[in-house]
Design a protein around this ligand. Structure first.
Ligand code: ADP
Ligand code: F6P
Length: 319
C-alpha cells in the first residue's frame, strides 16, 4: 500500500489530532503517503483534499478539535454520494482509508469497505458509545472537563446549601454522566439506559438532607432528560432552591488528556499496520488495555451496554 487517506467525521473529540498525527507519522515511517480529507465524507465527495507530510502534524498532539475539520454529510448516506466519494479515492490513487469518528462514521467506513476501499475505523467521540472498545478517543478528556465543572459547582452549592442539576452530553449513551458522576461524587446520576424515577431520586435527596447534607448535585445525560425539567420537578416536590448548569459543547473541546493522547497514538499506528497488512473493514478498539481490531459490521451489530457495575457502585457511594 503506497497511499492512504484520512478523515474525521461526526461530532469532533479531543484526541482526534493525536490520532491524525500518529496515522501520518506511522505511514510516512513505513513509506506510505497520506492524503488528508477535509470536512468528513463531504471532502471525499467534493475532492477537498490535501497531501500531508511530517510538518502537517507538527505541534498538534496537545490541541483539541481536528485540523481536518469535521462535518456531517447527508449526501454520503446515498449510493450516488458514495459513488462520487469512491471515484475521488480512485482518481487520487488512494488504496486505503482511515476514518475517525462515531458509530455513524463507522457506517460510512463500512460502506467504503463494501465498495472495495479497505477502511479502518478509529473510535473518535466523547460519548464512549462505540461497542467492542472500553474507551473512545475523547471520552477521558470530556469526563475530566465535567468533573472540573462539578468541583466548581460544589463550592457554590455548599456556600448556598442548594441543589444543582448538571446536564451533560450523551444522547443515547450515559457514560459521560455515569463516569463523571462517580468521579465527581454526584448524589444522583440519570442515564438514558435506565428510566429515571424522580420520586425515588427525591426521596434519596431528602434522606441526605435529613442526615445533614448541605447540598446535592444531580448529573443528567441529555438523553435521560432536560436539566431544567428535572430541576423543576425537584423544586415542586421539595420546595428547595435548585439551579441548573448545562455544560454543552465545552465537553467537546480542550487539550486531550495523556490517556486520550496515548490511546489515539496507539490506535492511529495500529490503523496503519492493519492497512499495510491489507486488512480493511476493521474497527480498532481497546479492551482490558489491549488493542484489538474487530470487523466493522460486527461492531455496528453489537449492542452497547452501560457499565451497570459502575452504576450500582455510584448508587452505593452516594447513599
Ligand atoms: P458520528 O460519527 O459522531 O456518530 P453521525 O452519526 O452524524 O456522527 O455520522 C457522521 C457522518 O457519517 C454522517 O454525516 C454521514 O456522512 C456518515 N454516515 C452516517 N450514517 C451513515 C450511513 N448509514 N451510511 C453512510 N454514511 C453514513
Ligand atoms: O456525538 C457526540 C455529541 O457531542 C453528542 O454527545 C451530542 O449530543 C452531539 O454530538 C451534539 O451534536 P452537535 O455538535 O451537532 O450539536
Amino acid at each position: 500500500m503506497k497511499r492512504i487517506g484520512i478523515l474525521t467525521s461526526g461530532g469532533d473529540s479531543p484526541g482526534m489530532n493525536a490520532a491524525i498525527r500518529a496515522v501520518v507519522r506511522s505511514a510516512i515511517y513505513h513509506g506510505i503517503e497520506v492524503i488528508g480529507v477535509k470536512r468528513g465524507y463531504q471532502g471525499l465527495i467534493s475532492g477537498d483534499l490535501e497531501p500531508m507530510d511530517l510538518g502537517s502534524v507538527a505541534d498538534i498532539i496537545h490541541r483539541g478539535g481536528t485540523i481536518l475539520h469535521s462535518a456531517r454529510c447527508e449526501e454520503f448516506k446515498t449510493e450516488a454520494g458514495q459513488a462520487k466519494a469512491v471515484a475521488t479515492i480512485r482518481e487520487q490513487g488512494i488504496e486505503g482509508m482511515v476514518v475517525i469518528g462515531g458509530d455513524g462514521s463507522y457506517r460510512g467506513a463500512n460502506a467504503l469497505t463494501q465498495k472495495g476501499v479497505p477502511t479502518i475505523g478509529l473510535p473518535g467521540t466523547i460519548d464512549n458509545d462505540i461497542p467492542c472498545t472500553d474507551f473512545t478517543i475523547g471520552f477521558d478528556t470530556a469526563i475530566n472537563t465535567v468533573i472540573q465543572a462539578i468541583d466548581k459547582i460544589r463550592d457554590t452549592a455548599t456556600s448556598h446549601e442548594r441543589t444543582y442539576v448538571v446536564e451533560v452530553m450523551g444522547r443515547d449513551a450515559g457514560d459521560i454522566a455515569l463516569w463523571a458522576g462517580v468521579a465527581g461524587g454526584a448524589e444522583s446520576i440519570l442515564i438514558p439506559e435506565e428510566p429515571a424515577n424522580i420520586d425515588s431520586m427525591v426521596e434519596k435527596l431528602q434522606r441526605g438532607a435529613a442526615r445533614g447534607k448541605k447540598h446535592s448535585i444531580i448529573l443528567v445525560a441529555e438523553g435521560a432528560g432536560k436539566g431544567f425539567e428535572i430541576a423543576e420537578q425537584i423544586r415542586e416536590k421539595t420546595g428547595w432552591e435548585t439551579r441548573v448548569t448545562v455544560l454543552g459543547h465545552i465537553q467537546r473541546g480542550g487539550s486531550p488528556t495523556a490517556f486520550d493522547r496515548t490511546l489515539a497514538s496507539r490506535m492511529g499506528a495500529m490503523a496503519v499496520d492493519l492497512l499495510r497488512r491489507g486488512e480493511g473493514g476493521k474497527a480498532v478498539g481497546i479492551v482490558g488495555g489491549v488493542l484489538q481490531a474487530n470487523d466493522i459490521g460486527r461492531v455496528l451489530a453489537t449492542p452497547r451496554k452501560p457499565n451497570m457495575a459502575l452504576y450500582s457502585l455510584a448508587s452505593i457511594l452516594s447513599i
